[in-house]
Design a protein around this ligand. Sequence first.
Ligand code: IVH
Length: 669
Amino acid sequence: MSKEQARAEIEDLRRRINHHNYLYYVLDNPQITDAEYDRLIRRLIELEEKHPELIIPDSPTQRIGAAPAVEFATVEHSVPMLSLGNAFSYDELRDFDKRVRKGVRVDSLEYVCEPKYDGSAIELVYENGRLVTGSTRGDGYRGEDVTQNLKTIRTVPLRLQGEGVPARLEARGEVVLNLKDFEELNRKRLEKGEPIFANPRNAAAGSLRQLNPRITASRPLNVYIYARGHIEDHDFETHWDTMQTFRDWGLRVNLPEMRLVQGIEEAVEYCRDLEERRHSLPYEVDGAVIKVNRYEYQDALGATSKSPRWAIAFKFAAQEEETVLEEIAVNVGRTGAVTPFAILKPVRVSGVEVRRATLHNEDEIARKDIRAGDHVIVRRAGEVIPEIVKSIPEKRTGKEKIFQMPRKCPVCGSAIERTPGEVASYCTGSSCPAQQLEHIIHFASKGAMDIDGLGEMRVLQFLNEGLIQDAGDLYYLKKEQIVPLERMADKSAENLIRSIDKSRHTTLGRFLYALGIRHVGEHTAKVLAAHFGSLKNIMNASLEQIDQVREIGPVVAQSVHTFFRQPKNIELINKLLEGRIKIKREEKAEETPLQGKTFVFTGALEHFKRDEAKKLVERLGARASSSVSKQTDYVVAGAEPGSKYDTAKKLGVNIISEAEFHKMVEQYL
Ligand code: IVH
């Protein structure tokens, strides 16, 4: 291949990859598979390796290549990055509206409402469409040059696209880490004995300020653009138009969550709705931002030295509150792990009463210097178990107690030991009742054997009555044995026996997860099941064979291997199999009315991400297709649907609204 041919192919590949990045990251509407995308990237790397002289800084391959910096250079913001004034009630929002209307002398104003992301503010500078600088907010006037780190974030375009891209454009936004990714990051850090991040905001800010861009690259950060700085040769009239155009140029703007509203009451409605949905969003928001839409009015209103007069942040109920940590106790889990937790003076955090919080392990407690009796900050976010963010040492009286891991298990009295190289401590009692209880509860839980009606109360009752000693005994229970128990009617006994019977038909992934192997969560269990195909294969696999499975690290491999070599575990497995458990290989979709149907999504959905909606219908046994044909059963039309809508009309395919779709699936959410 000549150099000219290589150049042409490289340019074509870059153009295609950038286009697919835009479809995937900005429009949330990928049109090729991950494998096809990987092929394009690999081919580009191959050609660039052969022709290093053709590598340019904004090639899609250059997201992770820069060497670690010693320290960050300073970047001056051409327009200061101000902060926002706060409103803590709807009346304060109405006051804001009055002030603004008085300032510009109009009766009613158009506002743009958006989520207030709880992340780390950044500025991106594009010159002739190329990303030249990315910086943190710093003190608002001067930030740090984190260009190399920002380049590793896939939702930051290295090059803008489309018509009319200005000679110089400053875009501002927030770098965030989704809650799920935050938990996963902390889980891994805990496993490695590293300090964990207090919240996604700290994790995002910390990741952004890494001197080694490779570390930033390893964290799944996201960016949302919500404001402009200085823009050369382009006049926008409104914030709303700016955001639409920014998106067309390839910047990631969260349009589905933004609203253009008339008057403050509609803005109040937006705040109410967003606060209600706050915990179903993948990222953390601490409020909503209300902005005057017209720049003419914004300019007339101006700013104080700290914040603009044309925007305000409506703050949601705090997710962090102060309380007193009364005692540190420990809990013995199903794998024998002894986990310390805090017993708190009850406190309401974002609408829910919190009495307990996890403390992870003794190293974390020491690192955060948390003592029994301390005043502490408790944090609760979404579904996450409440956590202690920090203690407040200034409030100590001297009576606080430093935590020490008990030497003996509080339940069975066996020794508690800490495995060298691990942060967790374990109860060494092989028949510790606490472990057994937790193990059986886990065994019966939804993601495991899914035995409906067998909760903690029943398991405890069966154990106390001597009806069962381990999970295997469940499959030998007779209705007559459980009918006489307290709070057990004939009907409930029958239902429970039926649920146990139903759970006999399970999948390998569920079964492995149910066994409660240390370090094997639901996902890992599925990975192992898919790789080995049968229980026998896993049980016979050598350590090396397990270690070679993709996504399985040495610690997990060791744990799985050891598990299947312990006689008591083999005994349990045999007991289960003799109890007529049938393990099938593949997970089948749930039996639902959506079974076998084909869905096509078009337009912007309000409450689902396109990906999530697709995954959801697939989980329910339907197919999600990207094009409409006669075979399509439903076209779900969101806001501003595209050509698929017209095709569906022409073909007479059933078109439903997002609300109707929501109704169809809501019981499975
Ligand atoms: S606009 C001059 N919009 O809130 C106003 N800010 O207290 C510029 N933030 O530092 C900011 N979400 O980090 C704006 N949708 C949003 C936002 C947002 C989060 C943060 C931003 C800023 C802080 C202001």
